[in-house]
Design a protein around this ligand. Structure first.
Ligand SMILES: Nc1nc(O)c(N)c(N[C@@H]2O[C@H](COP(=O)(O)O)[C@@H](O)[C@H]2O)n1
Length: 191
């Protein structure tokens, strides 16, 4: 399967998640193409949150305030939300880097219902991250580009892994949340 077809499938899944039901992937892709929202393949997508698109990553160094608490990065908030006690929470929140926050978050015991709530947590953290006008503008400026958290570290839940084994597959949950937050910002702007 070519990368461009994968992008179409990811967009189709995203639309279905957003409530567009019952349409065949190819029909959805065709409808998007007719509206100028899907051009020809991977070039139109932002695939991989590095370089000029690093700000889309949860590892981006910008403060994120959620429930009155400011963390150094979105990753700090996301990982700290796993904690079951304040010691663990503080340890994650005080990590020096987002990578260290991720490692700290993996080392603590996560709340029992973590798998049930983690997408909602990520959604709240992402919304909080893009409350900052500069980042909100950058997100809106991506227009309708598919946002794909392409990675090479085998994360097929939050992203799409492009290693030889996974071959550019994954649920792209972070990408979907980012597109969803972008759509909410767009709606707010036009209200
Ligand atoms: N290792 C690594 N480097 C980056 O640059 C990343 N953006 C990530 N991904 C983030 O890791 C989080 C997933 O953590 P769990 O596996 O759910 O504990 C999530 O925020 C990804 O965006 N990883």
């Amino acid at each position: 399967m070519s990368k461009s077809v994968d992008v179409e499938r990811i967009i189709a899944e995203t639309l279905r998640t957003a409530g567009v039901q019952g349409a065949h992937d190819a029909a959805i892709a065709e409808a998007l193409r007719n509206r100028g929202l899907l051009l020809d393949g991977i070039e139109t997508a932002i695939s991989g949150f590095s370089g000029e698109h690093r700000w889309l990553s949860n590892f981006w160094l910008s403060p994120v305030t959620l429930d009155g608490v400011t963390a150094a990065t979105a990753e700090h908030h996301y990982q700290a939300a796993k904690a079951m006690n304040t010691d663990d929470w503080s340890q994650v929140m005080s990590a020096e880097t987002p990578g260290a926050a991720k490692r700290a978050g993996s080392a603590i015991e996560a709340r029992d219902d973590w798998d049930d709530v983690k997408v909602q947590v990520m959604r709240r953290v992402t919304e909080a991250k893009f409350k900052y006008p500069d980042l909100a503008k950058r997100l809106l400026d991506t227009g309708h580009a598919p946002l794909i958290e392409e990675n090479h570290w085998h994360d097929t839940f939050w992203g799409v892994c492009s290693c030889d084994v996974h071959g550019y597959s994954g649920q792209n949950m972070l990408g979907r949340i980012l597109m969803d937050v972008r759509q909410s910002l767009r709606v707010k702007l036009s209200a």
